[in-house]
Design a protein. Structure first.
Length: 319
């Protein structure tokens, strides 16, 4: 059931060590909850946070909960990205659902009694400025008992609408929950920022799939343009930006998650491409042209597998 409770104010300031959060995760038949702020200006200062991680659907709840398929290992939950398969296919990962451009849904909870809860929902509607110098997080929870096969939760929703989006070294995170055994990883959530202008001086935008031997897919990141994102230092995300079909960064480094581009995308890296720390890159029917060196350095081949389906690849330095 959808909530109607919201806070309306002129200016909202979440100062250093201040936290806006929610009650515990909820079931399918329960009243859901979210941080819903309507204001002129919102300021999340350095050290402050809006934290709705693991405040979405509870264990075994939500439209994207996975299944065990009779194999004893549950698939991870899905929302923005599908969940990972349990033990390589013994259980199916949960489906994706909801809107990339206007996300409003919680992440689904992982199946089983010790599954992780999904991420909650943050909705900010500001007539003026949204300034994120702290942290806004709606990540999914891990499974909490190794060897049980119970699955982690999916990431939740962060949706900002404003005139000016600003921030210096802030963080927005809708990552899926990690798996500590052979259950599938949680899918990433959904993040969208609709703005007219920006004053961003560094922003960590994270929509990683949950770490797992059997990972799912990252969450979606929707923006109206490419004025400040994507960046040359990237983590996992499925990038959803209108008319974004080609990109030419000077260099590119991908870590901690899968970076997924639209079908037919043309990626040209002028110098070096580095994929490290469980990072990965996926292109389908597109082109990848690397002007310098391409370094692949993943700590686990299944957590960070770069995938190219019908893509044309060219590396002009060392591989």
């Amino acid at each position: 059931m959808s909530p109607t409770t919201r806070l309306t104010a002129t200016d909202i300031v979440i100062g250093s060590n201040g936290v806006a959060t929610l009650p515990p995760a909820f079931g399918d038949a329960d009243m859901s909850n979210r941080v819903w702020l309507i204001c002129t200006n919102l300021f999340v200062e350095s050290g402050g946070s809006i934290n709705v991680s693991q405040k979405g659907y509870k264990q075994s709840a939500g439209p994207g909960a996975g299944s065990d398929g009779g194999g004893g290992w549950y698939g991870g939950s899905g929302y923005g990205g599908v969940g990972g398969p349990g033990n390589g296919g013994a259980g199916s990962g949960g489906i994706s659902y909801g809107s990339p451009a206007a996300p409003a849904d919680p992440g689904s909870g992982g199946m089983g009694a010790t599954g992780g809860a999904g991420g909650g929902v943050v909705r900010i509607a500001a007539a003026g400025q949204v300034a994120i110098n702290g942290v806004v997080t709606a990540s999914g929870g891990p499974n909490t008992s190794g060897g049980s096969g119970h699955a982690p939760g999916a990431g939740g929703s962060i949706y900002h609408t404003c005139d000016v989006f600003a921030g210096t070294n802030g963080t927005l995170n809708v990552s899926g929950g990690n798996s500590i055994d052979l259950a599938g990883g949680g899918g990433g959530g959904r993040l969208a920022i609709a703005y007219n202008s920006h004053q961003v001086a560094g922003m960590n935008i994270i929509a990683n799939q949950g770490s797992s031997l059997w990972p799912g897919y990252p969450g979606t990141v929707w923006l109206p343009n490419t004025n400040f994102y994507p960046m040359e230092q990237m983590q996992g995300a499925e990038i959803v930006i209108p008319q974004f079909t080609a990109w030419t960064p000077g260099s590119l480094s991908i870590s901690n998650g899968l970076l997924l581009f639209t079908n037919g995308f043309a990626l040209t890296v002028l110098t070096n491409l580095t994929v490290t720390g469980n990072g990965a890159l996926e292109l389908t029917n597109g082109t990848l042209n690397v002007g310098g060196d391409w370094r692949l350095d993943n700590s686990d081949y299944r957590k960070g597998v770069s995938r190219f389906y019908g893509a044309a690849l060219a590396v002009h330095g060392d591989l």
